[in-house]
Design a protein around this ligand. Structure first.
Ligand SMILES: [Zn+2]
Length: 329
């Protein structure tokens, strides 16, 4: 072993001691100066992590945890800011920030709407409104050719309605009925509707000839100036017995005593006094000329009942549909 070798050994020893000293010193420094803090980091994806770090600058903490802030991301607090224990670093997308701004703008718009609302004006107005009358029909059984008739004319009513009207920029936007008062009640129109079932006269036609002009009986002479109508009647015969009439007075509905080959009973569609000529009976004593003098419960407008002297004659006549000329007075 030479002197050079000895020197080298002692240098190594010194270096070794120095390294140990520095190492110990380092631990001491770290133990006394290094302060570890808990920091919560919330990423833009809302992922949360808590890290233990000795760093205090936001940028350093992120770098230490290999978190790269993208161009469209914003860090709170600022990258250059210092942070202390239990603080939070939040990374958000710039678009999310913009959205918040947009929300703010929207709320301003709402305020503007509210301001506009203040310009809404209200007015109380009263209008007179027509209450239309109703038409009511009343059924009635009438005689003959009576038409439906107005029994009572309808009159419209009037009501006064009070509205609250809202205008925005002079344009009506709402109309609320507040109250209404009837000034005049409407009057119903009443129409009497005649039921024609019993009184209708069907199957009539105007005659082209007038048998009265060529006949010689008194009845025919009395209706020479009248144009007859022709229709078919279901004819039968009756007498004054109780079987035929339910009474036996022989007095007709007209008040006159019934006469054979003269009196007929007809439906209410034919007035008392109507003269009827039945060509099929022109060989009879009256030449076929009759006068409506009677009524009967079973006699509708399509029936004629011919008065006869005896019940036997009435039964013998039976029932025949015959063409008749009708002369109405
Ligand atoms: Zn009889």
């Amino acid at each position: 072993m030479n002197k050079k070798d000895n020197a080298s050994v002692s240098l190594r020893k010194i270096l070794g001691i120095c390294l140990i000293f520095i190492f110990i010193m380092g631990i001491g420094v770290m133990a006394t100066n290094a302060k570890f803090v808990n920091v919560k980091i919330i990423l833009s994806s809302n992922y949360e992590m808590t890290v233990l770090t000795a760093k205090t600058k936001v940028a350093d903490i992120l770098e230490e945890n290999h978190i790269t802030v993208l161009e469209d991301e914003v860090v709170t607090p600022d990258l250059e800011a210092e942070i202390s224990d239990n603080k939070t670093i939040k990374i958000t997308k710039a678009s999310q920030v913009k959205q918040k701004v947009a929300e703010v703008e929207e709320s301003i718009t709402t305020e503007e709407i509210l301001q506009n609302y203040n310009s809404v004006k209200e007015k109380i107005i009263t209008e007179q409104i027509v209450i239309p009358y109703e038409t009511i029909t009343k059924e009635a059984t009438g005689e003959g050719t009576k038409q439906n008739r107005v029994v009572q004319n309808g009159i419209n009513g009037i009501k006064e309605v009070t509205y609250k009207v809202r205008y925005q920029n002079d344009v009506e936007i709402e109309k609320i009925e507040m109250s209404s008062k009837v000034i005049k009640q409407p009057v119903n129109k009443i129409v009497e509707v005649i039921t024609m079932k019993i009184t209708s006269r069907g199957g009539e036609r105007v005659a082209t000839t007038n048998p009265a002009l060529t006949a010689s009986t008194t009845l025919a002479k009395s209706v020479e100036g009248i144009t007859p109508t022709i229709r078919n009647f279901n004819t039968s015969a009756y007498c004054s017995c109780s079987k035929c009439c339910g009474k036996s007075t022989g007095i007709t509905a007209s008040g006159a005593r019934a006469s054979a080959w003269y009196t007929v009973a007809a439906g209410k569609g034919y007035k008392i006094g109507t003269i009827i000529y039945i060509p099929a009976l022109s060989n009879k004593p009256n030449g076929g000329w009759f006068k409506v003098q009677d009524r009967g419960g079973a006699i509708s407008n399509s029936k004629l009942d011919i008065y006869m002297d005896s019940h036997t004659s009435a039964l013998q006549y039976g029932r025949k549909t015959l063409e008749c000329y009708v002369y109405e007075p």
